[in-house]
Structure formats: C-alpha cells, structure tokens
Ligand binder design. Sequence first.
Ligand SMILES: NC(=O)c1ccc[n+]([C@@H]2O[C@H](COP(=O)([O-])OP(=O)(O)OC[C@H]3O[C@@H](n4cnc5c(N)ncnc54)[C@H](O)[C@@H]3O)[C@@H](O)[C@H]2O)c1
Length: 322
Amino acid sequence: MTLNIGIVGTGWFSKVHADLLAGMEDVKLVAACGSSQEKGEELAGKYGAAGYGDIHDMLENHELDAVYICVPPQAHGTIERALIRRDIPFFIEKPLASSTEIPASLLQEIKERNLLTSVGYHFRYQENIQRLKAELEEDKVGMIVGQWMGGMPGVAWWRNQEMSGGQFTEQTTHIVDLLRYLAGEVTEVYGAFANRIMHEKHENVTVADVGTVSLKLASGIVASISNTCVLPDGVGKVGLSFYNEKGLLDWNPERLLTVRSGNSEETPNSGNPYAAESEAFLHAVRTGDRTRILSDYEDGYKTLKVTCAAFESAQSGTPVKL
Ligand SMILES: NC(=O)c1ccc[n+]([C@@H]2O[C@H](COP(=O)([O-])OP(=O)(O)OC[C@H]3O[C@@H](n4cnc5c(N)ncnc54)[C@H](O)[C@@H]3O)[C@@H](O)[C@H]2O)c1
C-alpha cells in the first residue's frame, strides 16, 4: 500500500524531509502547504505534488495517511489541531513551539485520541547514541556537560525571542533532549543568559546570544549545558560528555570518544538518522507498531518544558523546579 503524505512548511527542512520521502518505496508526497498558495505550489512542483496555502484546503482535497510539520516554532497550533480533529498521524520538527502553552493543550487532545506522533529529535536515531545508551546502562554517571556553540542562523524568525523561543529552546533543545534520553528526567534548572554581541551587529535580535544552564536530574546526576550563537561561520562545538570513575564518554555529532585510563577509542558515526526517524514513523503509520519511534509528542513536550524553564529561570534569576 502506498502511503500518501502531506507536508506543511516550505523552507529548508521541508526540502530535507521531502527529498528523503522521494527516495522511499511505497511513499508518495502528494501535497505541500506553505504560508501562501504560491509557496505551497513552489515546493509541491518539485515533487509532482499539489500546492496549498491553507492546511484545511489541503486536508479537504486529499486523503492523507500522515503529515510532516516543518514550520518555525511560533507557527504551531492551528496545523496540529486540524490534523488531530481528523485523526491524521503527524511527524513534527523540534521544538514543538516557542513556549509551552499551545503544546500543553495539544498534548491533551493527542492523548485523548491516542494519535500517532513523532518528533524530529533525530540524534536519538544515531548509531553512536544507541551505542552510548547501551554503554551508560552499565555505568553510574557522575556528571554531564553539554554545549551547542555556533553561529546565528540566517532566518529572521530565529533571532526573535517570541518567534523562536531563543537558542536554548530552538537549537540546544537537541542536547537537552539527549540528556533526558540518556540520563533521565530533569527536576530543576537554573539558567543565566545574556545578550552580549549579536544585537549590536544585527537588527532585531532579541534572543540571548550566550547562556549557561545548570540542571539537576532525578537520578542525582548534575549537568550543565551552555550555548552561544556568536561564533563566525564554520567555527563551533556541539556535544555531550559523561564523566565517572571509569573515565569519559564524549559524544559529538561526528563521533563517540571513549577515554578510559590508559586507552581511548573513537567510533565515527555512520548512517543517516533523518532517514531512520522517518522510516520508524512511516513503519508505525503502516503497521500500527510504534516501538521504533524514539520520541513522540508527549516526550518532546517534556524536553520543551525543560528548555522553557531554563528561559524562565534566566528571566527571574532564580532556579525553577519541574
Ligand atoms: N532536526 C533538525 O536537525 C532540524 C534542522 C533544521 C530545522 N529544523 C526545524 O524545522 C523547523 C523549520 O525550520 P526551517 O529551517 O525549515 O525554517 P525555514 O524558515 O527555512 O522554513 C520555515 C517555513 O515554514 C513556512 N511557514 C511558516 N508558517 C507557516 C504556516 N502557518 N503554514 C505553512 N507554512 C508556514 C515558512 O513560509 C517557511 O517556508 C524548525 O522548527 C526547525 O527547528 C530541524
């Protein structure tokens, strides 16, 4: 049976997903919806699909088996509600929104209907993350340190706090999500954010450009995750490191480094986690078996709560319990 897929959003990441879908067997992208009819048609045209400027029109005109949502954080709510009402499974790019209010109400409806969802925390699908998870099951972790140090993405919405939720919620969310996936739930956060450089270099920058967050986990582990978007193009550091009495487990998107006393071992990453997450979702759509999905809407909401609590803490200057 061929799955008929729709996509919402016509930007960079919609194209990444649409290209992957185009290469899959028994999957057809039949419709694309943008913020205007013109934008919808422009993306749809590349894949022989129909273009729309309104989600309701798209859903009226097609019997869709699933929909991919790849829109900026502030654009969430109406799209999901339209899909939930029609019981259409959806894959949604992280973060679920720029703040928690809309996802909290959507989550209730999703749970009531037991709707199939999947969230684009693709690092969970990396082979090295699975290796790391297996390794950590044997270990008692002492502490964890993570970071997302990079430059500022070009799109206008990203640098606006209300639209994107800021770097920690929009981008560093991947590291927070891995922390939860690999080490368990966060119980308290204390964030310190500042706006040092980027607002002087560019107009309309309201997001913090440096930040560091201390986190306490239910297990007793303490962690710290820092981020900045002040770096020039091509300079950066993204990763998560686990420290205990055996040594250091150091992950970054390219490799996993295991350092024990006297020896170290490096495992380069292989495979495509974006393809793996899509295959897991579509397998669930086709068969009803959700076991390969590593992050659903409820799980993604827990990550959003942590990142938004860090922002709230940075605003208030006091720790926030979750
Ligand atoms: N998992 C990852 O590695 C990864 C990488 C990049 C982006 N993303 C996520 O994907 C999402 C989109 O990012 P992007 O880079 O494609 O941004 P983008 O700015 O390139 O594209 C966003 C698109 O959404 C469209 N849009 C806005 N509101 C809409 C609406 N109501 N209906 C339909 N379309 C609407 C815009 O017109 C634009 O075409 C973000 O949440 C981002 O965090 C994830």
